[in-house]
Design a protein around this ligand. Structure first.
Ligand SMILES: Nc1ncnc2c1ncn2[C@@H]1O[C@H](COP(=O)(O)OP(=O)(O)OP(=O)(O)O)[C@@H](O)[C@H]1O
Length: 707
């Protein structure tokens, strides 16, 4: 291999604390930005600390606080892609020829220059292009060849962008843990012209030619793999090293979405960014378990990021103040172990403890601070608008499936609602499978407990948060029994209310006589009463502690933007919805189709296309002959059971009789390959259950239900 000409002149990059190198890049001003303000000035300050460390801070006009974020290196606005390439990428190219892989991941807010950095902008080559140029220069005669793969990760599916049909790539793993990317093309490249055609030309267009299942706006992660193949070992070229260049979709807070469109998509992207960051954090900390399976991008990179292979996070920063950028650098700088240092008079003494990236733990951003556990420590070191002293970020518009608790309130919370923040969804799903009726009782108990314990509600903001969060999450998740009836009502309410046949038949008197709507309303009224007090007494921002933290964390930055209705308004809204639901005389979990003509199925389908039609018809109805429709019950149970298997967490799966550790793992594997592997009971044979075993398991479920 030819020697790299400037290799020796370039100072090799050094990682400070951890395996992953974190490099910041401040985007140059765009023409529009320059046009709108003649004296556009970057709000980012960079301070060299020596020892290959750099501290970044932001001038926040709305705050007197200034915090610093540690990275390994920062490239300013005047430094172009070539400068970054020279220092960050070029030294890695020779290593790739020696068999060591390198991965460069551009991460940042939307519009922060990720694509510009990785791919290209007109004649300004991005890092991927510059790397290929260098690789081609270094390919020596017959000894090495170069091939590329280009793929896109969209909505948790990987598509091959070099395949004319944009075939989906299957990620398979053998018993030794070696990953095979089935269906991913590797195209040999001999010249830059060939490569440019593939990377920037038609065939790598962002829009796959094949129509994808969901017509959603396409924001995706896009990646280039440069395979350096050692071809001197016979026909079958062996891959020496791989260079990965990943252009991640931009992080964006759902409430500040640039185009304000698809909130679901934004959430999905943030979730996948979150999952990837967790993987990188685990690798950085050399943890024994790396959660590759939770991120499709990480799965694609799995063979290139372990061991001594190199990972560089390129954090792209908007030069103008942008909360999303702040959030991105907050996350990335956590890889550098040290927490952002507060420099203002509010500064808390930093501690040296490791800051976990895991977003389902209590706020990593503050956890390393000696005062982090005190409820007086704000979560965000810096915010676009400083969270108002009286603002509890409960009023976020979006349903909050998580639970925001301070360490001091968590215990109490758990006593009341045995749902951990992390498991809220899963638990609700589990409960739904076995206990529509049980849930009704649960609500009643919660409401009564609230009633009996009004003072505790009044005192504890944490509890109020939890209660509200759970209600919101259950109502919004679609897993809670109320939801289907609300939807159902929309479609068939008139019909139902005008028909005497819609009068429900009590199954369990105690439960049916219990007027849940009233109970809920009274609960809501109480919460509403307390919410004012809560908001007034709560002087601090309480960290979120759930899986979707990334987004919620950032919501805090927007908490004061006045976009969210106050808590009391939301509670009223919920009460109204519940009232509507129950006014239709629908018993808690028992729906009675008027007759076969009522198209309940369509309603359900319209709301949740993938959900089997009969799923929520707990069809304890009277059929034409006046007897129970056992078939309906059975079918409903089976569908719920299958849905549970298709969505529950590993722990919840293991809690089912007949499913142990091995089967739970296998089920997760199957879900990895196909999002809904179980469509009928027959599919359970795939996890080694005989028909007899399946029957027995369902029986157990049924007996649990009526126990
Ligand atoms: N260093 C830079 N100097 C000048 N202009 C830049 C620079 N980086 C990016 N830009 C410009 O900023 C705009 C946004 O850049 P780019 O598309 O790369 O952002 P992005 O982070 O990839 O956005 P998204 O998250 O939406 O994919 C483009 O018009 C690009 O030309």
């Amino acid at each position: 291999m030819a020697a790299l000409s400037s290799r020796d002149r370039v100072k090799p990059c050094v990682n400070v604390g951890g395996k992953v190198r974190v490099v910041a890049r401040i985007r140059g001003f765009r023409d529009q930005e320059l046009a709108s303000s003649s004296d556009a000035v970057s709000v980012i300050n960079v301070r060299c600390l020596g020892d290959d460390k750099v501290a970044i801070s932001f001038d926040d006009p709305a705050s007197s606080r200034r915090n610093e974020y540690m990275v390994d290196c920062c490239y300013g606005q005047s430094e172009d892609n070539a400068a970054i390439f020279l220092k960050e990428v070029k030294p890695r190219i020779s290593k790739a020829f020696d068999g060591e892989s390198s991965t460069f991941i551009a991460f940042g807010a939307r519009g922060s220059g990720k694509t510009y950095t990785i791919q290209a902008a007109d004649e300004n080559f991005g890092l991927g292009m510059l790397a290929m140029e260098e690789v081609l220069k270094n390919v020596e005669g017959e000894r090495h060849t170069v091939a590329v793969s280009i793929y896109e990760v969209l909505q948790n599916h990987v598509y091959d962008l070099l395949d004319t049909n944009n075939k989906e790539v299957q990620i398979l793993e053998d018993a030794q843990g070696k990953v095979t990317l089935k269906g991913l093309s590797k195209v040999h490249v001999k010249s830059m012209a060939e490569f440019q055609k593939l990377y920037c030309g038609e065939s790598s267009s962002k829009k796959p030619t094949k129509k994808l299942p969901l017509e959603l706006p396409r924001r995706s992660h896009k990646a280039l793999m440069i395979h350096i193949l050692a071809s001197d070992e016979g026909e079958n070229a062996k891959c020496a090293g791989t260079l990965n260049f990943v252009d991640l979709a931009g992080y964006e807070n759902t409430r500040s979405s640039i185009d304000g469109t698809n909130c679901v998509e934004v959430k999905q992207i943030n979730k996948s960014l979150n999952a990837l960051l967790n993987v990188i954090q685990a690798i950085n900390a050399s943890e024994s378990r790396v959660p590759y399976r939770e991120s499709k991008v990480a799965r694609m990179l799995q063979d290139s990021v372990g061991g001594t292979n190199n990972i560089s996070m390129l954090v792209c920063l908007n030069p103008l103040f942008c909360p999303d950028t702040l959030h991105a650098i907050t996350l990335a700088s956590r890889l550098k172990i040290m927490k952002p240092v507060t420099m203002s008079c509010f500064a808390k003494k930093p501690s040296n403890s490791r800051v976990p990236m895991s977003l389902d733990k209590t706020d990593p951003g503050v956890s390393s601070c000696s005062t982090a556990k005190k409820p007086t420590t704000p979560r965000y070191p810096l915010s676009a608008k400083k969270p108002s002293s009286s603002c509890v970020p409960l009023s976020a518009n979006k349903p909050n499936p998580g639970v925001s608790v301070s360490s001091s309130t968590k215990k109490q919370t758990n006593l009341r609602f045995p749902l951990s923040a992390k498991k809220t969804n899963a638990v609700v799903k589990g409960r739904k499978l076995f206990g529509g009726v049980g849930q009704a009782k649960g609500i009643k108990e919660q409401a009564l407990s609230m009633e009996n314990n009004e003072s505790s509600i009044m005192k504890s903001e944490g509890d109020t948060t939890v209660a509200t969060s759970i209600m919101k999450s259950e109502i919004s998740s679609g897993d809670f029994m109320v939801v289907p009836y609300v939807k159902e009502e929309k479609c068939s309410l008139t019909e139902a209310s005008s028909s005497s046949a819609s009068v429900p038949q009590p199954l369990d008197e105690e439960i049916l006589e219990y007027d849940a709507s009233k109970e809920m309303e009274s609960l809501v009224m109480k919460l509403e009463d307390t919410s004012v007090e809560t908001q007034n007494t709560c002087t601090e921002f309480i960290p979120y502690a759930n899986v979707d933290n990334m987004e919620k964390e950032n919501n805090a930055l927007h908490a004061n933007e006045g976009q969210s209705p106050p808590l009391s308004v939301q509670l009223k809204e919920m009460a109204k919805n519940l009232q509507l639901t129950f006014n239709a005389s629908t018993p808690l979990c028992i729906s009675r189709p008027l007759d076969a003509k009522i198209e309940v199925g369509n309603c359900v389908e319209a709301v949740e296309p993938k959900t089997p039609v009969v799923a929520h018809n707990m069809d304890l109805s009277i059929c034409e002959s006046g007897t129970f429709s056992k078939h309906g019950i059975k079918e409903s149970l089976v569908q719920d059971y299958l849905r549970f298997l298709n969505s529950a967490s590993k722990d919840d799966l293991k809690s089912i009789r007949g499913i142990g550790e091995k089967r739970a793992t296998y089920i997760l594997d199957l879900r990895e390959e196909s999002p809904e592997p179980f469509k009928s009971l027959d599919d359970l044979q795939d996890i080694g259950l005989s028909a007899k075993q399946v029957k027995k398991m369902i029986k157990n479920v049924a007996s649990d239900l009526f126990a």
